[in-house]
Design a protein around this ligand. Structure first.
Ligand SMILES: [Zn+2]
Length: 316
């Protein structure tokens, strides 16, 4: 199932790949394999495309490791693949020769559980990560941030010599994700905000209990007696405490990598705005405030302000 938070990034990735296709198209009419995003039918090691992918990956790793000429790098290519039965994040990674960083980055995964049968995913012929550029970014700043020499970044993304970046996403060959991103991906990034709780309402489309219409539920509801201790799901900084409409009494905590968590329908807040909190620290007592039909905690995780399903992130 495509997660809502992925859709936006997914669109960016598609636009990016589309752009890459045109920029990669040679001026001459010679036939090349970069003319379209190739649909990969099988991850069988005997498949010709898989062989090429694995070869290109090996070659590009070696070139960058030995600081060889970037001109020898293969053209960056993307492939689509429909996930088959009994395939998951780990065996797709092994069969394609890609690593965790690449597979999760080019598919905007927030968890390794994000890949399931029938889903169309992307693979590439190079290891690395997609990088969202900021307005201040130059080749130099990106190179410093990612630890990859700019000559490789320039070559892979066909950037001009003036160091200016005019693309929203670029591919950083050989770059790795941060320790934090890795822990999030592996599902150890967020802890349960309650010691004992029963999930009463799931993430996603549901009937709004008040007006009986379909509404998108941006978090999960965890039933608990009024006054239950609420724990910070991850270390961070408190960015909001107070009443906020349907949320009732609410605490928002900001975490690294543009993640934030929301704790709603509270009875009492025990932290202050601007305060640094540790994972597992008591931040509030649960209640029934706001748009609530019974005592529970509304727990929400956002990335770049888009709600994501907390269930795939919670460490149990
Ligand atoms: Zn809720």
């Amino acid at each position: 199932m495509m997660k809502i938070q992925s859709i936006f990034k997914y669109i960016f990735v598609l636009v990016y790949i589309f752009f890459l296709y045109f920029s990669a198209k040679p001026a001459s009419s010679e036939t090349t394999r970069t003319d379209s995003i190739i649909k990969l039918e099988s991850l069988n090691p005997k498949n010709e495309i898989i062989k090429e992918i694995r070869n290109d990956i090996r070659k590009s790793i070696s070139i960058i490791k030995r600081n060889n000429d970037p001109e020898n790098l293969p053209e960056l290519r993307f492939f689509t693949y429909k996930v088959r039965k009994n395939e998951n994040f780990w065996n797709i990674m092994a069969k394609s020769s890609l690593n965790m960083d690449t597979l999760s980055s080019i598919n905007s995964l927030v968890s390794v559980k994000d890949i399931s049968q029938g889903e169309i995913i992307h693979l590439s012929n190079m290891r690395g990560i997609l990088y969202k550029t900021e307005t201040k970014d130059t080749l130099d700043t990106i190179s410093r941030k990612t630890g990859v020499h700019k000559k490789y970044i320039q070559r892979v993304n066909k950037l001009t010599d003036n160091g200016k970046i005019d693309k929203e996403y670029i591919f950083i060959p050989s770059a790795k994700m941060s320790q934090i991103e890795r822990s999030l991906l592996l599902g150890v990034g967020f802890a349960n905000p309650l010691k004992t709780a029963r999930k009463t309402s799931a993430f996603g489309r549901r009937i709004d209990p008040f007006d009986k219409k379909f509404a998108f539920h941006t978090g999960i509801d965890l039933a608990c007696p009024i006054g239950s201790k609420i724990y910070a799901s991850r270390s961070g900084k408190v960015i909001f405490t107070g009443n906020d409409g349907g949320y009732g009494l609410l605490v928002k905590i900001k975490h690294e990598n543009c993640y934030s968590t929301y704790y709603g329908h509270l009875k009492k807040v025990l932290v202050k705005k601007g305060e640094d909190v540790k994972r597992g620290q008591v931040i509030a007592l649960s209640g029934n405030s706001g748009r609530s039909t019974g005592p529970h905690l509304h727990f929400e995780v956002r990335k770049e302000n888009r709600p994501i399903n907390p269930v795939i992130l919670l460490n149990r």
